[in-house]
Write a new protein. Sequence first.
Length: 198
Amino acid sequence: MNETNTTYRSERRDAAENRQRILDAANKLFQLHGVEQVSMNQIAGEAQIGAGTLYRRYRNKSDLCMHLIKDNVTVLFEDIEKYLQENAYRPPSDRLRGLLAVFIQFREKNAQLLAGVENSAYNVSDPKTKSPIYDKFHKLLLGLIEEWIAETNQPQPLSLFKTDMLMNALSSDSYLFQKNVRGNSPDRILEQLCQTFL
């Protein structure tokens, strides 16, 4: 019995050590080369583990990026919840603007990892591939947009379409195109989103 428990603890310690080696290797390579340029095989090599070990823990780069960003995601949704509680008295359009500002600030701080989560996981035609960040933020936006539409007497079916299109505009590809190619600052992007969708 003691031998089994010792073996189990040893395996768990090895797994924890492997996980930390993977995360350290990924962080190092992402900082040196950017998330998009780094392959899972490079991460396995840097961590000095087999590719099978890496893929048993993380199905793809999206899973790995999600693990690296998870603490920041927790803070994001705590900030959103706090913002919505403190501004519950404001009209839905004001709260929507504030919600977008919080998310854009988060995107700016976590651009590469967030793009890594989205690029590997997001597939418009397959809802199962959407990231937890997408799902949770979509629900928050949808609730506020439904409230805003009800207040302004617009047709209710618009709410889901508006939410989907707004989420599309906030995706890494679209956001970074507006910022890096069109030259829009985060504040300008926020203004344009509000003018377009609200």
